[in-house]
Design a protein around this ligand. Structure first.
Ligand code: GDP
Ligand code: MG
Length: 297
């Protein structure tokens, strides 16, 4: 596994002050049960979620998520600190009645806004603990034909509250051609159903061509095809995080195998600040305006 998560390689958008103070970022995962949510967040930040680096046993430690759980890790890379909070949600799909399965997740997001709103209006505004959710990775099943009705319902219930980044789960169960087809289908359906997922900001016209191409590639990666694994396997003499099959090894961090690295770079390097800005300027502002409106009525 690569040694670094990557946030210490600072993007120019980031100010010196935040470098000194460190960053904080809250990431939520949601979607149907069994799609690999817990596994993926553990893979994404494994270097630090498991301090003892006992990778081989990590897989066994993941148990089914039955309630919303919050897990905070402090990561330090090259002297830069990141306080990362993972909000893991119980999957839906198991229950007989899945109507409003998104309710507890939506409530959780609102509660964090409410807390922030109260603290912000209080006397001690200097040291507010900010628990607002900056991004929600929404897991889409690789076994369906595009989106399921529940996916549509869920994302629409959340899209005004949080930055949704859709991911295509367990991409190792699909061929590259299938992945490509499903991505296109899902992007079309997102558009068709009016789901407002997180939009990567358009790059400035004076950016160089390399940058523009990267940006375009990122937009075309949606939904990110991901593979999660917490086991280390040996591939070509190197120890890598992957999944072992009779026909070979699927490597989590190999860009030819899935979008894992692209997703992680996007989250903690290139777009972390924008995800936070949109949370504050759009989602939180909506919430706040709504609160103030109902107070003055
Ligand atoms: P969650 O309910 O969404 O949190 O799913 P889990 O992370 O608990 O994973 C459910 C099962 O799927 C476990 O047995 C994992 O080992 C397996 N799994 C997780 N990620 C992947 C993946 O990318 N590909 C495959 N094939 N299996 C996976
Ligand atoms: Mg889970």
């Amino acid at each position: 596994p690569s040694e670094y998560v990557g946030f210490a390689t600072l993007p120019n958008q980031v100010h010196r002050k935040s470098v000194k103070k460190g960053f904080d970022f809250t990431l939520m995962v949601s979607g149907e049960s069994g799609l690999g949510k817990s596994t993926l967040v553990n893979s994404l930040f494994l270097t630090d979620l498991y301090k003892d680096r006992n990778l081989l046993n990590a897989e066994e430690r993941i148990t089914q998520t039955v309630e919303i759980t919050k897990h905070t890790v402090d990561i330090e890379e090259k002297g830069v600190k990141l306080k990362l909070t993972i909000v893991d949600t119980p999957g839906f799909g198991d229950a007989v009645n899945n109507t409003e399965c998104w309710k507890s997740v939506a409530d959780y997001i609102d509660q964090q806004f409410e807390q922030y709103f109260r603290d912000e209006s209080g006397l001690n505004r200097k040291n507010i603990q900010d628990n607002r959710v900056h991004c929600c990775l929404y897991f889409i099943s690789p076994f369906g034909h595009g989106l399921r009705p529940l996916d549509v319902e869920f994302m629409k219930a959340l899209h005004e509250k949080v930055n949704i980044v859709p991911v295509l789960a367990k991409a190792d169960t699909l061929t590259p051609a299938e992945v490509k087809k499903k991505k296109i289908k899902i992007r079309e359906e997102i558009e068709q159903y009016g789901i407002k997922i997180y939009q990567f900001p358009d790059c400035d016209s004076d950016e160089d061509e390399d940058f523009k191409q990267q940006d375009q590639e990122l937009k075309e990666s949606i939904p990110f095809a991901v593979i999660g694994s917490n086991t280390v396997v040996e591939a070509k003499g190197k120890r890598v995080r992957g999944r072992l099959y009779p026909w070979g090894i699927v490597e989590v961090e190999n860009p030819a195998h899935c979008d894992f690295v692209k997703l992680r770079n996007m989250l903690v390097r290139t777009h972390m600040q924008d995800l936070k800005d949109v949370t504050r300027e759009t989602h939180y502002e909506n919430y706040r305006a709504h609160c103030i409106q109902s107070m003055t009525r």
